[in-house]
Design a protein around this ligand. Structure first.
Ligand SMILES: NC(=O)C1=CN([C@@H]2O[C@H](COP(=O)(O)OP(=O)(O)OC[C@H]3O[C@@H](n4cnc5c(N)ncnc54)[C@H](OP(=O)(O)O)[C@@H]3O)[C@@H](O)[C@H]2O)C=CC1
Ligand SMILES: [Mg+2]
Length: 339
């Protein structure tokens, strides 16, 4: 049945599939590109590309706004030639998605080429992803997150961990295959919980030493092997701030590219009544505090990260609006009807 559907789909896509929604036909088109190397190779020549250099994305600045450009295949061929590379280098790309009109979108790392020359030809700058994240809106950030995580995974999985032989990626980059015994490896993500702990009237935010100055966020941590999401929330809150969670409720999820590739699973959590004394795990956190709804509503009203001059004048700030931590804080504050 599945093969029949897949063959029907191949016959119909992309122009004549009016009987299914654009979303469904796009997802099936992408599935085909992942499975079929020839189709994906063909899509490369009409696709568009997000470019990276050593995992830093290309950004362009117009007036005060930063954008992440998609470069067309023909423009990229021209640039690769000027950088002394063959057109074949395009096959190092990884597939990200496709537009409403089925044009495939890829990411490519130009890390083996001269950075300054590439920046000059592309009229942009390769920016560290953590910095880029503070300058972008949600749609762009999500795309860069996916692209960098996939490029990084390929870059760090060159050899088979069973045989030690080199691995080849399929054209789309949805898998790598051992050249010796054919073992297939798929890109991996680590499940991470992120939870906004509340005592009913206030909620708990913390900061790690590595956070930008003044930024506070929800508690987060990697799930251990064998744990449920609920158990990971319970354990992380106990480990990091010494409190015991009495209940937690799933809120949403988000892909996060740091430190490698994480699936952030977000929840709201309540602590046991009367248990509000924080005992900080100083290996993990620099500070953790209870915040009231009024001060969070004010932090939510600040639309962007503070400039260097503003840093000292603002008591604290929270991650950008498109992050899942921001969403948790907003939901909690909205429940208190303060924003
Ligand atoms: N969006 C947001 O607002 C926030 C997002 N985050 C993200 O949440 C994730 C987890 O946060 P964090 O508080 O650091 O996690 P944890 O609280 O689990 O602490 C990190 C520690 O766990 C170890 N560790 C265990 N498993 C892994 C793994 N699979 N990958 C990497 N390290 C692992 C690390 O050890 P070692 O490094 O010593 O080897 C590190 O010391 C990160 O991806 C972080 O970027 C975190 C806070 C806020
Ligand atoms: Mg943590």
């Amino acid at each position: 049945m599945y093969l029949l559907l897949r063959n029907l789909k191949r016959l119909a896509l992309p122009s004549s599939c009016r009987f299914i929604s654009n979303y469904v036909s796009r997802m099936r088109h992408l599935f085909d590109l992942k499975e079929n190397d020839e189709a994906c190779r063909k899509a490369l020549s009409s696709g568009s590309f997000l470019l990276f250099h050593s995992l830093s994305p290309l950004m362009q600045k117009t007036e005060n706004k930063y954008t992440v450009p998609f470069v067309t295949a023909s423009e990229l061929y021209r640039i690769l030639r000027k950088l002394g590379q063959k057109e074949k280098y395009l096959e190092e790309s990884v597939l990200l998605g496709c537009t409403d009109s089925y044009l495939a979108q890829f990411a490519l790392d130009l890390g083996i080429m001269e950075k300054a020359k590439a920046e000059s030809l592309l009229q942009g700058t390769f920016v560290d992803l953590r910095k880029a994240f503070l300058l972008l809106d949600g749609k762009n950030a999500q795309m860069l997150s996916q692209a960098q995580a996939l490029l990084r995974w390929h870059n760090t999985h060159l050899y088979c961990s069973k045989t030690g032989h080199p691995m080849q990626k399929n054209v789309s980059g949805s898998r790598r295959i051992c050249s010796s015994n054919g073992t297939i490896y798929y890109p991996q993500m680590s499940p991470v919980i992120i939870t906004l702990v509340s005592d009913g009237t206030r909620c708990l935010l913390a900061r790690q030493e590595a956070f930008p100055s003044g930024m506070y966020s929800a508690l987060a941590g990697f799930c251990d092997i064998g744990e449920t999401v609920e158990q990971a929330v319970h354990r992380e809150v106990a480990e990091e701030v010494g409190l015991e969670v009495s209940s937690s409720k799933y809120a949403a999820s988000q892909h996060w590219p740091f430190p490698n590739s994480s699936l952030m699973i977000a929840s709201h959590a309540m602590v046991q009544p009367g248990q509000i004394k924080i005992t900080l795990n100083q290996f993990e956190l620099e500070d953790a505090r209870w915040f009231g709804a009024e001060e969070l509503a004010e932090a939510l009203r600040r639309e962007r990260m503070p400039s260097k001059n503003e840093m000292g004048t603002i008591p604290f700030w929270i991650p950008p609006p498109w992050t899942i931590a921001h969403q948790l804080i907003k939901e909690w504050t909205q429940q208190k009807q303060l924003c």
